[in-house]
Write a protein that binds this ligand. Sequence first.
Ligand code: ATP
Length: 304
Amino acid sequence: MTESETYVSVTVRVPAKVNVQLSVGPARPDGYHDLANVFLAVGLYDEITVTPADTLRVTCAGPDAAQVPLDRGNLAARAAIALAERHGREPAVHIHIDKDIPVAGGMAGGSADGAGALLACDALWGTGASRDELLALCADLGSDVPFSLIGGAALGTGRGEKLTELAVTGTFHWVFAMAPRGLSTPAVFREFDRLGADADIPDPVASQAVLDALASGDPGALAVAVSNDLQPAALSLFPELADTLAAGRAAGALTALVSGSGPTTAFLAGDADSATVIASVLRASGTSASVRTAEGPVPGATVV
Ligand code: ATP
């Protein structure tokens, strides 16, 4: 038995993300869209624990657990299978997900679980995969999975999976309002295509203003620079989100936007105290299912 195989179980903590830029290009012939994504990892976490078992099994706990598939379609299960296949072994693990990231919320919760399971199985099995190998496996699992592994802040191009790490000064304070139901990411992209059917959609490029605001740590500058091309599509499918956005702006948010494909809404605060005030006003407004504060950037998937 090698030293790494003496682990009884391994737990990995993985953060959610918010997109401070999400620029979407025209639909490609393969149906995907080229993106210019600026991801920021924020402090809402799923914890993935893997334990040796006779066969692959997935369990999940947390407020949204009932919506999480427990079969081999779960991204955490797919990650374990992919790593096991690559290293010629059986994916014989029990994967337990302690889920705090909203499901189908536009915060890359499934992607976080995929990246977390990959790192956890690598540690449990002692496969010793290099970071590049893990990143390549992540990219096969989904566009947002590589970012969940690295965390921090990064520019994603291609389908969002080609990452360049970004420098950030200080910490940005956010409030997130979770919606009472989810939105399917493919459905939001279809709505984006429908709404833009007659428009000439440019190729997406990174916003220098967003990159500068992150580098300088200036929330006021970031607030004017943020953008999300999927927001009109998310609002079209979920019009009530406009009320939540308005309530957060009225409570003092520097900016309010839909997180990724939604329906979670994100509010940038000037500081931690302001975030606390915005969160309590949003809770009292009754426009969302739950409200959380979180800071970013935070590190990506980490063995705890
Ligand atoms: P993104 O921000 O990357 O677009 P999302 O946060 O909107 O994703 P997820 O929470 O990742 O959405 O869930 C999308 C769908 O993926 C779920 O409805 C569920 O059917 C499926 N899924 C597969 N694995 C998982 C997982 N581990 N956790 C949550 N959902 C999962």
